[in-house]
Design a protein around this ligand. Structure first.
Ligand SMILES: [Mg+2]
Length: 238
């Protein structure tokens, strides 16, 4: 397998996302309690989450755009309290700052440094993590998100858009991610090679067909494998 470039999922591949999403909901709620107590009373965290789920269910056209889903949720929440002009920008800043306060897995940054030294990397995500705010910008040459691609994983279009940006044949790109369906099946259907970051060491779900090209416990193992491959290629040529 000759790999010329990599695409990497972000959430739950480089860092656990749930703690950040949890904190973002709490900080948004705290901000509302301070500045818009009537909205906070009407929409405590579980109600706000249910509202967002309702927005997502009603707006399937926004399935690839979590940011607009959240903006609409805030607008609905304020409208229900008789406030036509929601302070979207201020609230979004509170939410987005907390959502990007992620704590990478211990192996992530050292492995990213090793990978970025040898291969062009593109992030590839359905979510709205921000490379700059999460502190990983310097490792990535490109960023591809569902919002910009107009399609979310597992749709092949987002993988092909990333491949085009990288200027590499999909077959020469290794996609790295934690989700069997979104990452492995999606990337494979688009013609990329696949590395499943399987931190919990689950068995590959048989119902999903052939296993990924690589099934690895973390990103350090990925860097080890890729460096080993590159070494073999060079040795083979010599
Ligand atoms: Mg993920």
């Amino acid at each position: 397998m000759r790999i010329l470039a990599l695409t990497l999922d972000l959430d739950d591949t480089l860092w656990p996302v749930l703690p950040a999403l949890e904190r973002a909901d709490q900080e948004l709620d705290a901000y509302l309690r301070r500045h818009h107590p009537e909205v906070a009373r009407r929409w405590p965290i579980p109600a706000m989450r249910a509202l967002r789920a309702q927005v997502a269910a009603e707006r399937l056209d926004l399935a690839h755009d979590f940011t607009t889903q959240r903006h609409l949720t805030i607008r609905h929440a304020f409208a229900a309290c008789g406030i036509a002009e929601a302070p979207i920008e201020a609230l979004w800043e509170v939410y987005f700052a907390a959502r990007n306060s992620v704590e990478p897995y211990p192996d992530s940054l050292p492995a990213l440094a090793r990978l970025a030294a040898r291969w062009p990397l593109s992030s590839l995500t359905n979510g709205n993590a921000d490379l700059g705010r999460t502190g990983v910008q310097r490792y990535f040459r490109h960023h591809m998100c569902a919002r910009d691609a107009g399609a979310a994983k597992p749709d092949a279009r987002i993988f092909l858009a990333a491949a085009e940006q990288l200027g590499a044949d999909p077959a020469a790109i290794l996609h790295v991610g934690d989700d069997p369906e979104l990452d492995v099946l999606g990337a494979r259907a688009a013609g990329l090679r696949t590395a499943w970051i399987n931190r919990e060491r689950h068995p590959w779900p048989a119902a999903l067909g052939a296993p990924p090209d690589l099934d690895l416990p973390d990103l350090a193992a990925l860097a080890d494998w890729l460096e080993g491959q590159a070494h073999e290629t060079v040795a083979g040529r010599a």
